[in-house]
Design a protein around this ligand. Structure first.
Ligand SMILES: [Zn+2]
Length: 452
């Protein structure tokens, strides 16, 4: 296969594609695609239909059982020093409070770093923790699930998660992976959090927190299809099609799914011509603690030695140069730098191991795994509108989306064709990488540390 002419074909097709944005619109128009919602089923059927239309092989819905969760009512009432109500929503997998709510004093743990929790440790038991979604500028940024885990460990009875960016938006997200959290947890806006902090600074602040949610076992499905290569050696290109129930999930992660669809469309005509097989997966239930891909990697653990590479597309559309996190894998970095040189496209590369998306379970199995990354667009404040009601289609820049498709296509072509690829890692190498990046404590707090 001639790389130059194939590149030209892929780039021209991606740049002029009418399918790419139309698929993004369709996914957003279904609704949130939250696990267990009717829009999730609509999106699943749509993706499967598109895989058929584009001519993929081995198309299937791959089922798995999980604990479903459905949002009910939620309220936060300050009872002392002065009565006041704040708008609040439950975080995903929050258990219900007793009817009438739970009443306790609120303690402010700031950003909820390990250090801040340690400083307050003696004062948290029996109280409701107030924790910001902000993270320190320097050093590691603990995930929401870690901050929650530390509150639970310290004996808190409730958890209030305040967004650190203005706009009146509570920020949702899961508390645990595929199971109910131990204590009720709610989200409030930056403005409510600010007001609450002022109250706490003045003196003892008591609140009644009420949350009523539902949960029961149910089934979700990954949507899978392949472009067969000359060998069984396989590359996975994936994105999660579920979003959060309060949002369209346009950036997170309808953009990723429409890029998976686009790559499927671009590569389907090359069936039988590529060295490796490309497996396209629209993952279910990522927003439930990276649950779906974790279960997939477990289910197909015996196959992992044949999975040569995993490319995850999650919220990776933004301005500036497009690029990838290479998870601290030196040969992946070298590979991508070679691609950058060969394609004369200055890929933006980042060393960090991102633990909260669908490439991570594959990384944990030793598979060279990367995630596309991009700077948030100028219409997104800070880390963007992900997980808020304002993660809507209007924030996605269509030109950036096309550029992501072109860049991803050229990388996928080289991953599919390269004679050699980055090597698989043994469990102790993965463990050492995680420790070197200071991720052990955080993964333990989430119940995701698999090493001893
Ligand atoms: Zn995502």
């Amino acid at each position: 296969m001639d790389m130059v002419s194939t590149d030209k074909q892929l780039i021209a097709d991606a740049w002029t594609s009418r399918e790419l944005y139309a698929n993004l619109e369709a996914l957003c128009d279904f609704g949130s695609r939250f696990a267990g919602s009717p829009s999730e089923a609509q999106a699943r059927d749509f993706i499967r239909e598109k895989f058929h239309q584009y001519g993929l092989a081995h198309i299937n819905l791959d089922p798995f059982g999980y604990l479903g969760w459905w949002r009910g009512t939620c309220s936060l009432q300050i009872v002392a020093p002065t009565p006041r109500a704040f708008d609040a929503i439950s975080l995903v997998y929050s258990p219900s409070t007793p009817a009438g709510g739970l009443r306790a004093q609120i303690v402010d743990v700031g950003m909820g770093t390990e250090k801040e929790y340690a400083a307050q440790r003696a004062h948290i038991a029996g109280k409701i923790v107030l924790c910001s979604s902000a993270n320190p500028e320097e050093g590691r940024a603990p995930h929401r699930r870690e901050k929650y885990g530390w509150a639970v460990d310290a004996g808190a009875v409730g958890f209030i998660y305040a967004r650190h960016l203005p706009g009146g938006l509570p920020e949702t997200g899961s508390l645990r992976a595929g199971r109910l959290g131990e204590i009720p947890a709610i989200a409030i806006s930056f403005e409510s959090g600010f007001a609450l902090k002022r109250l706490i600074q003045k003196g003892e602040t008591i609140a009644t927190l009420e949350a009523q949610n539902e949960s029961r076992p149910t089934t979700a499905y990954h949507v899978v299809g392949e472009v067969k290569g000359a060998t069984d050696e396989t590359i996975i290109v994936g994105a999660h099609y579920d979003g959060h129930d309060i949002s369209q999930g346009a950036n997170d992660d309808a953009t990723g799914v429409c890029l998976v669809l686009e790559l499927a469309r671009l590569f389907a005509p090359f069936k039988g011509q590529l060295r490796r097989t490309i497996r396209f997966i629209a993952f279910a239930c990522e927003e439930l603690g990276v649950l779906g891909s974790t279960m997939y990697a477990q289910k197909y653990r015996d196959e992992m030695s044949r999975i040569a590479f995993m490319l995850n597309l999650d919220s990776g559309v933004g301005d500036g140069a497009k690029g990838f996190t290479f998870s601290g894998l030196d040969d992946v970095e070298t590979f991508l730098k070679n691609v950058a040189r060969e394609t004369r496209y200055a890929l933006r590369l980042r060393e960090k191991i991102e633990t909260a998306s669908d490439h991570f379970p594959f990384f944990m199995e030793g598979v060279p795994a990367v995630m596309m990354l991009a700077k948030p667009g100028d219409r997104a404040l800070g880390r963007g509108f992900s997980h808020t009601a304002m993660d809507t289609l209007d924030k996605v820049n269509e030109r950036d989306l096309h550029e992501c498709a072109m860049v991803a296509a050229r990388v996928v072509l080289r991953v599919a064709q390269s004679e050699t690829l980055p090597h698989h890692r043994a469990p102790d190498e993965i463990r050492d990488l995680l420790i070197a990046q200071g991720l052990e404590e955080g993964l333990r707090a989430q119940g995701k540390w698999k090493f001893e």
